[in-house]
Design a binder for this molecule. Structure first.
Ligand code: BGC
Length: 711
């Protein structure tokens, strides 16, 4: 089977119209007329966002601690809320805003819709492994459909922070290490959330975050200092944000970090100049949780008034949780430090979005109990999530073609993650029911596979939730013996290992990224009695799998795949689905290599293969390069890229070049391949990376011949 691919300049060719930053004069007129009725207090109220009454996703800043939120709501002093979900809760608060405030301006309800609402999709980083933008768009649209059915109309996502440091816990929410791939994903997710029109009941406001530089926290430690130069800022950090804005995102969230000496939340260059002026952004700039208050802790602002002034004048329109705007903006206005015109401009942004969302026409547009009941966890949503999960799995190793499993083998399923139904849901599964993921054990049962099971060791100590050191402190080795006995009498062992969902996510950075606890001891014991080990790894970050790579024949990296996790993993293990995922982040050989990324610069003493002298850029104690690089992933076919043809071999600035390749499958197993186009600018006024992804295409063929019968 041959397929010809022609690369040209493509951008995201999704089949939907994109919501745009263009202003609608009818909406603008309405915004002006509402604005003209508002008092200064009511205006500032629109710029104040507070957490709901139930869950919290951060520490409550001091000024917000003694608030009577109900009184504030009734006085029209809150414009939007977060962490309020479910039609009942949303309706209750919306009713206060609409019926008890003087002007009846509706609230917007924000939520961290990071990987699905109740039907949980693979974590964002996993989805990027699919390199399938249409699927990623559909996944976001499904999440929007469910969240809006539960009253939510503002998604605090997509997270579009490029990062190449697997120690950073938030890589699980992100877009990987490549700015081009990240930009396509950013735009697909924004389009998925917002659709063609924001006022549909099943679309919501997207909020790309965290603007900007958050993914470059030093040593991958969350909230840490970021020191990047302009070149990195513009070449690595900004492209996905720009793509998200071009895709019509109508809000954006600032980041916690300082960037080039100034907190991102008060960064005039980033917000006023780049975002609002150059990119023509017409939506809401939202601070991160309490990030205006944190400007004091950063040592930038001596007091709340200073912080309010600098964040607001730099262009941050809405204050999430700090209550600084609510408490200090009016004084700054009275003292003529912040003009009324400037306040009006921010209020207009909020009102504009409320009109776009259709909330002025119907404040209860997203409060439909019937939709809530019917849509959430529907069969269609589960089917979609399964498809996304299948496409997110990356086959890292398959020596002696141990995979796919065949029905004539005696199979052992071993490991702490084999039966787990919660960890696969991943870190940001706030609305999911606990233990609602399909485990691998259940996936095996669903496909009628004959197998025997042993847990081996625990991954976490369920009696302890925090701090993580004790949560992961596993000392009980008793189960290893049973696992070894089972492995001994089996032909092949599927070993399900990995990380807890709460080892990644916000505030969950780690200095080590190997399999935690006794899992390595388990692999060692089992591999001593059975050479046919298939390791299924689940995690929210790239892991250091160097040791495992030496000890097992196959490795299937399954991330945290969400609700349908076990079904997807089983279908890949049996070959019912031929894996097609490609890594969006490099897997290092050792934690000391981090940050590690393929699009690095050459240096004056590059680490070229064959360099055998000491004085070149390398570590003396670890082999150069990643264990598994960006863009890597195997399948069960034998697909080769052949006949590369270039229309020209030299081009000048402004010219284009056509590249043709033939994709040939030399096996009988149908499969998919992601053909990736990289370039290198050999000499340039500003040095360029040794490789830059510029285009790719996922070539698919329906699979037919690896359908195995275990019946
Ligand atoms: C996170 C944001 C999140 C916000 C609201 C912050 O701590 O950094 O990503 O949207 O909390 O939950």
């Amino acid at each position: 089977m041959k397929t010809k691919i022609i690369f040209g300049i493509i951008y995201l060719c999704l089949k939907v119209n994109v919501f745009s930053q263009d202003l609608d004069p009818r909406i603008e007129q309405k915004v002006d007329s509402v604005l003209s009725l508002m008092t200064m207090d009511e205006k500032i109220g629109q710029l104040n966002q507070l957490n709901g009454f139930w869950d919290a996703t951060g520490p409550i800043p001091e000024e917000g601690q003694s608030l009577n939120k109900y009184n504030q709501l009734k006085a029209g002093l809150i414009g939007s809320m977060l962490n309020v979900k479910g039609v009942k809760e949303v309706r209750e608060l919306q009713k206060i805003a609409v019926e008890q405030t003087r002007l009846g301006i509706p609230l917007i309800f924000g939520f961290d819709l990071i990987h699905g609402y109740k039907t949980i999709t693979p974590i964002p980083l996993a989805e990027v492994s699919s390199w399938d933008m249409e699927l990623i768009r559909k996944s976001a649209a499904m999440a929007a459909e469910e969240a809006t059915a539960a009253g939510v109309n503002w998604a605090f996502g997509p997270m579009v922070d490029v990062s190449s440091d697997a120690r950073w816990g938030r890589v699980m929410e992100g877009v990987g290490e490549d700015p081009y791939l990240a930009s396509l994903v950013a735009s697909a997710r924004v389009i998925g959330y917002q659709g063609e029109n924001l006022d549909r009941t099943n679309t919501l406001l997207a909020c790309p975050k965290h603007y900007a530089g958050y993914g470059f926290a030093e040593s991958g430690k969350d909230y840490n200092t970021v020191s990047i130069d302009d070149y990195t800022l513009h070449n690595f950090v900004m492209p996905p944000f720009k793509a998200a804005i071009d895709a019509g995102a109508m809000s954006i969230m600032t980041s916690f970090n300082v960037i080039q000496g100034v907190p991102a939340t008060a960064n005039n260059y980033l917000i006023n100049e780049k975002l609002k002026k150059d990119w023509g952004f017409k939506g809401i700039v939202l601070s991160d949780w309490g990030s205006i208050a944190e400007m004091i802790t950063h040592g930038f602002s001596p007091n709340p008034i200073h912080a309010t002034r600098h964040a607001f004048l730099a262009g941050t329109d809405v204050d999430m949780e700090a209550s600084f705007y609510a408490n200090h903006l009016k004084d700054l206005n009275t003292q003529n430090i912040v003009s009324t015109a400037k306040i009006d401009e921010s209020v207009k942004r909020v009102l504009r979005v409320k009109f776009q969302l259709g909330l002025f026409d119907d404040p209860y547009l997203y409060c439909d109990e019937t939709r809530e009941e019917q849509i959430i966890l529907s069969k269609e949503n589960r089917d979609l999530v399964l498809e996304v999960a299948l496409n997110s799995i990356v086959l890292l190793k398959n020596d002696t073609n141990l995979l796919p499993l065949t029905g004539d083998k005696k199979i052992a399923l071993i490991g702490p993650l084999a039966k787990d139904k919660n960890i696969p849901l991943g870190n940001w599964s706030l609305a999911a029911d606990s233990d609602s993921a399909v485990s691998i054990y259940e996936g095996f049962k669903n496909l009628n596979i004959n197998f025997e099971y042993a847990k081996g060791v625990n991954l976490v100590n369920k009696k302890v939730s925090f701090p993580f050191a004790t949560h992961l402190n596993i000392t009980n080795t008793e189960g290893i013996e049973e696992a070894v006995a089972l492995a001994k009498k089996s032909d092949v062992v599927v070993l399900a290992v990995g990380e807890d969902a709460f080892q990644t996510g916000e505030g969950r950075s780690q200095s080590e990224i190997q399999l935690p606890g006794l899992q390595r001891a388990l692999i060692e014991a089992v591999s001593a009695v059975n050479a046919n080990i298939i390791l299924v790894t689940q995690s929210g970050r790239p892991l250091d799998l160097s040791w495992e790579n030496e000890h097992v024949k196959s490795i299937v990296h399954a991330w945290h795949l969400g609700t349908e996790s076990g079904n997807a993993i089983t279908k890949v293990l049996t070959g019912e689905f031929n894996p097609s995922g490609k890594l969006p982040m490099s897997f290092p050989r050792a934690v000391g290599q981090l940050p590690i990324y393929y699009n690095k610069y050459k240096t004056g003493r590059p680490s070229d293969p064959g360099n055998d002298i000491v004085f070149w850029s390398h570590f003396t104690d670890v082999e150069e390069g990643p264990l598994f690089p960006f863009g890597y992933g195997l399948n069960y076919s034998n697909i080769k890229i052949e006949n590369v043809k270039l229309s020209k071999i030299k081009i000048k600035e402004g010219d284009s070049i056509k590249i043709e390749v033939t994709i040939k499958n030399h096996s009988k197993v149908q499969g998919s391949e992601v053909v990736q186009l990289y370039i290198q600018d050999l000499y340039s006024r500003y040095v360029r990376p040794i490789k830059e992804l510029k285009d790719f295409e996922k070539v698919r063929k329906e699979l037919s011949c690896y359908l195995l019968a275990f019946l």
